[in-house]
Design a protein around this ligand. Structure first.
Ligand SMILES: CC(=O)N[C@H]1[C@@H](OP(=O)(O)OP(=O)(O)OC[C@H]2O[C@@H](n3ccc(=O)[nH]c3=O)[C@H](O)[C@@H]2O)O[C@H](CO)[C@@H](O)[C@@H]1O[C@H](C)C(=O)N[C@@H](C)C(=O)N[C@H](CCC(=O)N[C@@H](CCC[C@@H](N)C(=O)O)C(=O)O)C(=O)O
Ligand SMILES: Nc1ncnc2c1ncn2[C@@H]1O[C@H](COP(=O)(O)OP(=O)(O)OP(=O)(O)O)[C@@H](O)[C@H]1O
Ligand SMILES: C[C@@H](N)C(=O)N[C@H](C)C(=O)O
Length: 440
């Protein structure tokens, strides 16, 4: 049997007839397209199961699988590339605003806030959860419902070149960088690598006449955007006015929750509460206001969206478990986000009443030893009791004579045998620590 490779126009025609794409045979929608990807195992081996489960077609890149004599197999050279090309082709069919968000910290929170604000006025489709990489971004585009008026794409990266690749697929018309921090230092090869890597979003918007939203309160961003022709600046101000320099946002409170004031599109000064705490979340809130105002969401709509948003999924959450109060921020960790979260927590809890649990911070490369030492020191200023978890924390635990746990399982076992009445417990660490085992 002679096998031929399916071309993009044919794949796209099939996608338009079967617009639900899945990379998992266990979750393939009836009549959808299955695309085989290679992870730790080879997705090609699940193509038959996908068809049996109701997939209309299976896009595979293993000729032996495609040779099975079932014309519902479509052979491509590379399943991942096919997924990305399909998404790029689909994106090219639309003229709506496509808003890209990247940065070291706060991408998901900013994306959720912008989506909430923009949904007050438009039909919005946004990256689900953290689907922000070379697989998640194409899946986001291909799952866009008909009638979408505003598409929001979160873009994550752990090395240079990735944001440029994601931009080539998503072709954003607007975008923002949340900040240049210290996440994924290892893959970016240092701070300059992070600046250049995140700056690939500005490069794309610069080359393609896009609009960039710049938070002037974040170091480096205004410099990086210099020379761009379409900049929407925003910044904090004690006395907001309707200036020409940009959108001015006043912070009325940072604790227990943020409260801010700004001039709406109708030139009225409006105030809103939020359910978010800390100066880091203030940056995320400001971005959402700037975007909403630019796209003419009324002030009341912006306020309703911001006051209704509750942080979730291990990000900046106050919660109670087995009678203990937690500041639960265990989604991820790097020196800049741990620093921001600890300062936010310390405003609400005296050192004598505070316990800090820090898991190791991953993907920091050579900077890891100094970075772990730095956050452990900061934790010691915030809380009397500091518990350290993971291999990278072992050395500093010895140096500062702090309890150390090999992993979160060991921590949980010990933790729940202690008495924590009246304490507030801060928890943060990289995803790999799975600190949520403390809540089992
Ligand atoms: C390829 C894939 O789907 N991977 C997912 C898979 O991984 P695993 O290796 O375990 O796959 P398997 O070997 O089990 O299976 C291979 C494929 O076969 C499918 N399959 C399997 C069994 C079966 O019965 N039927 C099947 O069809 C299967 O679906 C596979 O396609 O499973 C893991 C556990 O669920 C997933 O975690 C893994 O997902 C990968 C990591 C992924 O990239 N998913 C994207 C959708 C995504 O966006 N994920 C985000 C996380 C994004 C992220 O980490 N962002 C970073 C920055 C990005 C850096 C970038 N360079 C990178 O490395 O990703 C950030 O800091 O934000 C998410 O899930 O939240
Ligand atoms: N603007 C910010 N500056 C510094 N730290 C922040 C900021 N926003 C959020 N954080 C911290 O980062 C954590 C993760 O937030 P969020 O998921 O929004 O970031 P992210 O950039 O999307 O991370 P990831 O890419 O890993 O999903 C929060 O729990 C908080 O500790
Ligand atoms: C989980 C992924 N998005 C991430 O943020 N990884 C870093 C290394 C972390 O968990 O801190």
């Amino acid at each position: 049997m002679k096998l031929t490779y399916a071309e993009l126009p044919e794949l796209y025609r099939l996608y338009l007839q079967h617009p639900q794409v899945s990379i998992d045979s266990r979750r393939v929608p009836d009549g959808g397209l299955f695309i085989a990807l290679r992870g730790r195992t080879d997705g090609n081996q699940y193509a038959a199961a996908a068809l049996a489960a109701g997939a209309a077609y299976a896009i595979v890149d293993d000729p032996e699988v495609a040779a099975a004599g079932d014309d519902r197999y479509l052979l491509v050279e590379d399943g991942l590339k096919a997924l990305q090309q399909l998404a790029g082709r689909h994106r090219a069919a639309f003229r709506m605003p496509v808003f890209a968000i990247t940065g070291s910290n706060g991408k998901t929170t900013t994306k959720e806030l912008i989506a909430a604000v923009m949904s007050q006025q438009y039909r919005v489709h946004a990256t689900p959860g953290n689907y922000n990489n070379h697989i998640g971004l194409p899946l986001t585009i291909l799952s866009m419902p008909p009638g979408t008026e505003f598409l929001i794409l979160e873009m994550g990266a752990n090395h240079r070149g990735e944001i440029a690749e994601l931009c080539a697929i998503g072709r954003p018309t607007h975008g923002l960088i949340t900040n240049i921090g210290t996440a994924h230092l290892e893959g970016f090869g240092g701070q300059e690598g992070i600046r250049l890597g995140k700056g690939e979003l500005y490069d794309f918007l610069r080359t393609n006449g896009g609009v960039v939203f710049v938070n002037n309160d974040e170091p480096q961003l205004a410099d990086m955007a210099q020379g761009m022709s379409r900049i929407i600046p925003y910044f904090s101000s004690e006395e907001p006015s309707l200036s020409v320099a940009g959108l001015e946002i006043k912070t009325l409170a940072t604790h227990p929750n943020l409260r801010v004031a700004f001039f709406s599109e109708a030139r009225e000064l409006v105030e809103t509460d939020t359910q978010l705490a800390g100066k880091h979340n203030l940056q995320n809130v400001k971005s959402a206001i700037a975007v909403g105002r630019y796209f003419k969401v009324p002030g009341a709509g912006i306020c309703a969206a911001l006051s209704g948003y509750r942080p979730a999924n291990h990000r900046s959450q106050w919660l109670t478990h087995r009678g203990v109060t937690f500041y639960w921020d265990a989604y991820n960790a790097n020196p800049s986000s741990v620093g921001a979260a600890l300062s936010s927590f310390s405003a609400d809890s005296a050192p004598s009443d505070s316990v800090v649990v820090l898991g190791e911070m991953l993907e920091l490369g050579e900077a890891a030893p100094a970075a772990h030492r730095q956050v452990a020191l900061q934790a010691g200023q915030v809380a009397r009791t500091v518990l350290l978890v993971g291999r990278e924390m072992a050395e500093v635990a010895r140096e500062f004579d702090r309890p150390h746990f090999a992993d979160s399982g060991q921590l949980a076992e010990w933790f729940w045998q202690q008495e924590w009445a009246g304490k507030k417990v801060f928890v943060k660490g990289s995803r790999g620590n799975r600190l949520e085992r403390l809540l089992d």
